[in-house]
Write a protein that binds this ligand. Structure first.
Ligand code: SF4
Length: 219
């Protein structure tokens, strides 16, 4: 099994429940969701002209539209070779759930890693039961019910107050379930959005996610 990978790197998770956690990010190439404010637009398409070798991928140190097919064995080899110490893996994109992630996650868990997926929830999720699912719903594409029910946390991007009505609709689907963790995240560090998030988190007893990595200038 192989996956189109845009980049792999070790950093500190800057968003949501696992904020502050040393993590190895595996960023997959490909996303059909196309949010206008997306900060990883370079991951949207798997264009042949941008395909690079495995060697070039593992030496890549800038974020751009190049990508490479990497099999699971080489993903594990690279993690070992880089001598990364983090034991938490974040599988992100792009939209990682356009691929069946269960094979990759099974092998990562077998090696002792915990796994987290960051998804828009618009695709079926193929992962292990232990996988932590971070659902980040997008306003123009309502998440699947199965994704809403599977989510361990909902990390909701907020630009204006009206966006919160959309979150209410999502939470309505969860009404008979134990609520998962809810995080509000201001889009693009906008101060108005931040204030709406702070105010709402206090009223609702939700949590704030500020994309810490952007404030401290790490990847
Ligand atoms: S789902 Fe994620 S990767 Fe895809 S366009 Fe939206 S923000 Fe970007």
């Amino acid at each position: 099994m192989r996956y189109p990978i845009n980049e792999m790197f070790q950093t500190i998770q800057g968003e949501g429940y696992y904020t502050g956690m040393p993590s190895i990010f595996i960023r997959l190439q490909g996303c059909p969701v196309h949010c206008h404010w997306c900060d990883t637009k370079y991951t949207w398409n798997c264009i042949n002209d941008n395909q690079i070798s495995y060697k070039a991928l593992i030496n890549k140190n800038i974020s751009n539209k190049t990508w490479s097919y990497v099999n699971i064995k080489n993903i594990l080899v690279n993690i070992k070779k880089q001598k990364w110490q983090a034991k938490h893996i974040v599988i992100t994109g792009g939209e990682p759930c356009i691929y069946n992630l269960s094979f990759l996650i099974k092998d990562l868990e077998h090696q002792g890693f915990t796994c987290q997926i960051e998804t828009s929830g618009t695709q079926l999720i193929y992962a292990s039961p232990k996988t932590w699912v971070t659902l980040s719903p997008k306003l123009h594409k309502f998440p699947l019910l199965s994704s809403i029910l599977r989510a361990n946390e909902i990390k909701f991007p907020v630009s204006k107050k009206q966006d919160l009505f959309y979150l209410d609709k999502i939470l309505f689907m969860l009404k008979h379930r134990k609520p998962c963790h809810i995080f509000l995240q201001p889009i693009s560090q906008k101060i108005d959005a931040l204030n709406i998030c702070i105010e709402t988190c206090i009223i609702k007893n939700w949590r704030l996610s500020i994309q810490m990595h952007k404030y401290i200038s790490i990847k």
